[in-house]
Design a protein. Structure first.
Length: 299
């Protein structure tokens, strides 16, 4: 959805002006709010002993994308609509990283996550090839087809993905063995549900059980000849910050901070600065066509 809208930017820019790209970027970036909303919804479900139905959520996200593309095909009347559509596209895109990927890792072999993102890249290439055929940067009388037909040709990608998903689920293509999938799901639940201290207790218990050793040191060994049991702080004493942060982030704070910084800067420089500044630079560099071809090629 977002890729399709950006290659059509020269058409929208003719109607809404040079600020169009900036507003589209704002809408896309606001889509990141879908991530904390999803985290809150999952926490709320867990509070009521419920689980997220990833299969249904994937289907819902696909229908949202399909509806957004249909809206674009019928026509965008103002800049607020365009911002909202990019918000929907951004929200679905960001959620794909934690919804689709999580479902793949819990139910299918890890290698298929690479196939998933390869399909995402192939869809982007398809959109670009359509735009090169359409040429939205040229005057309206030289377009091979309008934006309505463009989005209509993009919509089958969503339908094909829904059909492929249904076929994969029905046939179990690449699916993990039932026992392996159960372990993967149990591991995901454990990471979400158990506090850090419980992990320590459970890990120590499993280690001793694997070695046929008791958790407590036998009497007579150690100081004072008393049984020594592993002691851990009370999980209730953990701060709100520790409860909010995943265990991996608490264990590896420096790499986590570095990765967050890299992702923030790349998104800020690309979707923030570049997409907001490029239309103005193109308008100054190519005044004969108001920078339409320049914007199209950079998009």
């Amino acid at each position: 959805m977002v890729n399709a809208a950006y290659v059509e930017l020269p058409l929208y820019q003719q109607v809404f002006g040079l600020k169009t790209s900036n507003r589209m970027t704002i809408g896309y970036d606001i889509g990141t709010l879908a991530l904390p909303c999803f985290a809150f919804a999952r926490w709320l479900l867990k509070r009521h002993l419920l689980r997220v139905n990833y299969r249904r959520l994937i289907m819902c996200l696909s229908f949202v994308q399909l509806g957004a593309l249909l809206w674009c095909a019928l026509g965008v009347r103002n800049l607020w609509e365009l911002m909202f559509l990019n918000f929907l596209g951004g929200a679905c895109g960001y959620l794909a990283a934690i919804v689709h990927q999580a479902y793949l890792l819990m139910h299918y072999d890890n290698v298929y996550s690479a196939a998933f993102w390869a399909g995402d890249a192939a869809a982007g290439v398809y959109v670009v090839l359509l735009a090169l055929w359409q040429r939205p940067d040229l005057p309206a009388d030289q377009h091979r087809f309008g934006p309505g037909m463009f989005y209509a040709l993009v919509m089958p990608l969503v339908l094909i993905s829904l059909g492929a998903f249904a076929a994969i689920e029905h046939r179990g293509l690449g699916a993990l063995h039932a026992s392996t999938s159960a372990k993967a799901q149990a591991g995901a639940v454990a990471v979400d549900d158990f506090p850090e201290e419980d992990f320590a207790v459970e890990s120590l218990s499993l280690a001793h059980a694997r070695d046929d050793m008791p958790l407590a040191t036998p009497a007579g060994s150690g100081s004072g000849g008393k049984s020594q049991v592993a002691e851990f702080p009370n999980s209730q004493s953990r701060s709100c910050c520790r409860r909010a942060l995943p265990q991996a982030v608490r264990h590896r704070p420096l790499p986590s901070i570095v990765l967050v910084g890299v992702v923030f800067w790349s998104q800020f420089a690309n979707w923030g600065i570049m997409d907001s500044v490029t239309p103005y630079a193109c308008a100054q560099a190519s005044k004969t066509d108001a920078g339409a071809t320049c914007v199209f090629k950079t998009s």
